[in-house]
Design a protein around this ligand. Structure first.
Ligand code: SF4
Length: 231
């Protein structure tokens, strides 16, 4: 089957390489990681709000809205009961207005079925409309401190460049492989820091255009180093 063939062509890095990657990433994060309000909470609702806001919006625009939102809707119950129009207006000017509607529908479902809480198991989280594999991994690792992987655009770019650097980074088989890679890399301890570090690293060092290879702690082992942008 093509997937098997692909799995042979894209091996998982050996344990020593994975260990080195984790150590370098965590060391970098402890010095340079961003101080963000959703990193100071393990409330699943707060984490959910931050993750949905960050899906299409830069951190600096999310920061004031995150504070305003939680002030106005401090719990799933309050959000579930709010008028829909008001919820969309409160979201302004973040855009992509499907997001506040999804957030409210998740809140309503959690109130109806789970007492206003989010469940921690992946299968149940994935039954919510608006919670995909990435958001489920973020909620499990950031709120419940479980050993769960994440893969968004930033994380996929980092893992692809460091460990693969060949082929179509956005292909279906590659995405599956990158998920496997992310799952294999998640450490037993410090899962929260590790996943936050991956996101910061993709947002601050291994950025899409002009990654900062010269100051990058991964450059010794990075397969894409020195990164040269395509035509
Ligand atoms: Fe990204 Fe460059 Fe660092 Fe490789 S060396 S991880 S391409 S910034």
């Amino acid at each position: 089957m093509p997937l098997k063939k692909n799995a042979r062509a894209l091996p998982i890095p050996p344990p020593a390489d994975r260990r080195r990657f984790r150590q370098r990433l965590l060391t970098w994060y402890r010095r340079h990681g961003r101080d963000l309000p959703w990193r100071k909470t393990d409330d699943p609702y707060h984490i959910l709000v931050s993750e949905i806001m960050l899906q299409q919006t830069q951190v600096d625009r999310v920061l004031p809205k995150y504070a305003e939102w939680l002030d106005k809707y401090p719990s799933m119950g309050v959000l579930a009961a709010a008028p829909e129009r008001e919820v969309t207006e409160t979201w302004y000017p973040l855009g992509y207005n499907i997001r506040p509607r999804r957030l409210q529908s998740i809140a309503r479902e959690s109130v109806a079925k789970y007492g206003g809480q989010l469940p921690s198991d992946e299968a149940t989280l994935l039954t919510f409309k608006g919670i995909g594999a990435y958001t489920a991994g973020a909620i499990r690792s950031f709120a419940f401190r479980e050993r769960a992987a994440i893969l968004d655009t930033n994380v996929a770019r980092v893992l692809f460049r460091v460990f693969i650097a060949k082929g179509d980074p956005k292909g279906h088989a590659m995405t599956r492989h990158l998920w496997t890679l992310s799952e294999t890399l998640v450490p037993m301890r410090h899962v929260f820091d590790f996943n936050q570090a991956l996101m910061d690293f993709g947002a601050m060092i291994c950025v899409a255009r002009n990654p900062k290879c010269l100051i990058c702690p991964m450059k010794k082992d990075c397969r894409a180093y020195p990164f040269t942008p395509g035509p």
